[in-house]
Ligand binder design. Structure first.
Ligand code: C2E
Ligand code: MG
Ligand code: MG
Ligand code: MG
Length: 283
């Protein structure tokens, strides 16, 4: 039908496309007031230290409670906030909120915060991080910034400067979603990351894809050889956790360990003495 009558096909698809563009546009408009209206919240997902069996950190994950649409995923609104530049102010709010929350946690724990490439290129990130840490009183070593490979693709000189300035402040830097970017691996020579977070697309295939298992094994070995903490994302089963333990991974994060949850739940999770049971369940 589309071949016989292209015009009709266009007319059929046009309203749907228009609707998508309109929805995106209205989301963008709403986003402009979201910070001011207090519509953002943070969920926290615990991260398990495999050597001790204790929760050692939690990752702050941004949530937008839209007054009409309900909870909007960061995958849907972070790109919009990056386009308008509002991610810089939103990101600072996230940092403030996460640092304040981490003060309620035991001193051996840290908080991980995702940083957008746009925040990175804004030129204000190191100063903002330093100011927020001073004002909150949080030990810089308890803050971990997660960046993705895409940060290192453009303006690598300028970005390296930012990374070094952040390291100087004393925060730790994690390479997030490792393995999903257009990585040449060469950037791993130019900057000493503290942590490598392997993307969950590989972790999810442990036990069913020898290719993925080979990648997980190699990534773990490389991370260890470069003195990085190795964290596996998206651990959903006891089999995956057991495999990661056996292959020397340092940390695990995922639904099997804990879902992203409101602050009060993660607080009590982090205060629990040890997670032996979860390792026993796995082992
Ligand atoms: P990410 O940093 O890689 O965060 C992990 C994502 O995987 C989270 O999705 C988390 O809910 C999800 N996840 C964790 N464990 C599992 C699991 O076992 N199975 C499955 N299927 N998923 C799991 P979420 O919260 O939707 O966040 C998506 C992405 O949005 C994040 O990916 C991060 O890149 C970005 N993001 C989140 N918060 C912020 C923020 O404050 N600032 C910026 N710039 N980006 C953020
Ligand atoms: Mg992350
Ligand atoms: Mg990730
Ligand atoms: Mg991800």
């Amino acid at each position: 039908r589309a071949k016989a009558d292209g015009g009709a096909a266009v007319r059929l698809f046009e309203p749907a496309m228009l609707e998508r563009v309109r929805a995106r546009q209205s989301l963008k408009v709403d986003l402009a007031g979201a910070l001011e209206h207090g519509e953002f919240a943070l969920a926290y997902q615990p991260i398990l230290d495999l050597a001790s069996g204790r929760a050692c950190a939690a990752e702050a994950l941004l949530r937008w409670n839209h007054p009409v649409r309900g909870s909007v995923s960061p995958a849907d609104f972070v790109p919009l906030a990056e386009e308008t530049g509002s991610i810089v102010a939103i990101g600072e709010w996230v940092l403030k909120e996460a640092c304040r929350e981490a003060l309620e946690w035991p001193p051996h724990t840290s908080v991980a915060v995702n940083v957008s490439p746009v925040q990175f290129r804004s030129g204000t990130l190191p100063l903002a991080v330093a100011a927020i840490l001073v004002r909150s009183g949080l030990d810089p070593r308890r803050l971990e910034l997660e960046i993705t490979e895409s940060v290192l693709l453009r303006d690598s000189e300028a970005n390296l400067k930012v990374l070094h300035a952040l390291k100087e402040i004393g925060v730790r830097i994690a390479l997030d979603d490792f393995g999903t970017g257009f990585s040449s691996l060469s950037y791993l020579r130019s900057f000493p990351f503290d942590k490598l977070k392997l993307d969950r697309s590989f972790v999810s295939e442990i036990g069913c894809s020898p290719q993925s298992e080979a990648i997980v094994r190699a990534a773990g070995e490389m991370g260890r050889a470069m003195s990085m903490t190795t964290t596996a994302e998206g651990v959903e089963t006891s089999e995956q956790l057991r495999w990661l333990l056996a292959h020397g991974w340092s940390q695990a994060q995922g639904y099997f360990i804990g879902r992203p949850s409101p602050a009060f739940e993660v607080r009590s999770h982090l205060r629990r003495p040890a997670q032996r049971p979860i390792l026993q369940r796995a082992g």
